[in-house]
Design a protein around this ligand. Structure first.
Ligand code: G3H
Ligand code: 13P
Ligand code: ZN
Length: 360
């Protein structure tokens, strides 16, 4: 059994210069696809569940799926992470269900729609860090709001994202403020805003520096070299999967995601966690459509789900290889949560301290 904290995993990634994709999970099929891909290339894994995933599957079902995946893939360290926690209760209840890491997204208020001010964000994120660290769990915070630099809008398609339009000062994380935020909240990882947004409709053209501000990462990494940077909204929305989707009755408008080469550039500049949900949704849905159109007599759900799992696993494997995650699982010796708690209590896991050594 190898349930790892985000902090230990990202410290290992920083020490060995790689990034870890964090894939969203809602059901058994996504879990199996991600884990089979990881096992196939010896990659450690971050499985993240949103509030939506928790209410879709139910906390008990989700926790049991995680347990089953751990038992089936014992050689793969798995970090179980709450994606976009909106308040203290969401984060703490995730830990009660076995999550080893939580995101307190205080960039938005509890309704996950209203942009919050800096003081609100610091207060709630620091409180989650204080509580989570007591039991050894890790914390990701977010500073700046995810949204498009082209339109000023957040993507509300998945129910998470601000309403209306914001100016660039709120859509781009400020490095000085980031340094203050990390010092005041003690987060283990920091999600930054640089022009990415959730969902399929990120950019109206292949992104260049004016709409995907990779320099934000460079500047934050220069200020905070030991803080793990997280990129949200990092699906690439692969053209080949858009084509399969649209060729079988789907109607996805022209759109561009974050090119994989930009994600690799980000990892070289200090990004350690790369959030990906939409790509797996798109590939799975494209396969459903393909089967439905090409085999109209088919009614066994497994005949739809199996190709969907293979499609998702193919994307996961490609990201593990591109980000340098492949080949790292066997090198990690998992530190139990109880030990992590002692290290926080002893003050040896400050957000700005050098990575803990995690080699097997
Ligand atoms: O936060 C964004 C993820 O894509 C999760 O989406 O809330 O629809 O599960 P969801
Ligand atoms: P995508 O919608 O780009 O996959 O982003 C997912 C994400 O950031 C989850 O937190
Ligand atoms: Zn996100």
């Amino acid at each position: 059994m190898a349930r790892i904290t985000l902090r230990q995993l990202l410290d290992h990634a920083a020490e060995h210069d790689y990034g870890v994709p964090a894939f969203n999970i809602n059901n058994m099929e996504q879990g199996l696809a991600i884990m089979r891909a990881a096992q196939g290339c010896d990659a450690p894994v971050i499985l993240q569940a949103s509030r939506g995933a928790r209410s879709y599957a139910g906390d008990i079902m989700l926790a049991k799926i995680m347990e089953a995946l751990e038992a089936m893939f014992p050689a793969i360290p798995i970090c179980i992470h709450q994606d976009h926690g909106n308040n203290v209760a969401t984060c703490i209840s995730a830990i009660q269900h076995g999550f080893t890491s939580v995101m307190m997204d205080g960039s938005l208020k509890e309704d996950a729609k209203t942009p919050a001010d800096y003081d609100y964000n610091v207060a709630i994120t620091a409180e989650v860090s204080r509580l989570a660290h007591m039991v050894g769990a890790s914390v990701e915070g977010e500073l700046g709001c995810l949204g498009s630099l082209e339109t000023g809008k957040g993507e509300a398609e998945d129910g998470h994202g601000f309403e209306g339009a914001l100016d660039h000062s709120m859509l781009l994380t400020d490095p000085d403020e980031a340094a203050r935020f990390v010092a005041e909240t003690h987060v283990d990882a920091l999600a930054v805003a640089l022009g990415t947004s959730h969902g399929a409709y990120k950019f109206s053209r292949k992104p260049t520096g004016d709409i995907l501000a990779m320099d934000v990462i460079e500047r934050i990494h220069a200020r905070l070299p030991n803080t793990h940077i997280v990129m949200h909204g990092s699906s690439s929305v692969p053209e080949e999967w858009q084509e399969v989707f649209n060729a079988h009755g789907g109607e996805m408008r022209e759109t561009y995601g974050v090119p994989v080469e930009e994600l690799i550039k980000g990892i070289r500049m200090g990004v350690r966690k790369v959030n990906i949900d939409t790509d797996l949704r798109l590939a799975a849905a494209a396969e459903f459509r393909r089967i439905a159109v090409t085999r109209p007599d088919e009614f066994d759900p497994r005949k739809f789900l199996k190709p969907s799992m293979d499609a998702m696993a193919g994307i996961c494997r490609a990201r593990f290889e591109a980000f340098g995650t492949a080949g790292q699982a066997g090198k990690i010796k998992v530190i139990p949560l109880s030990d992590m708690a002692k290290r926080y209590a002893a003050g040896s896991l400050a957000p700005t301290s050098a990575p803990i050594h995690a080699a097997a």
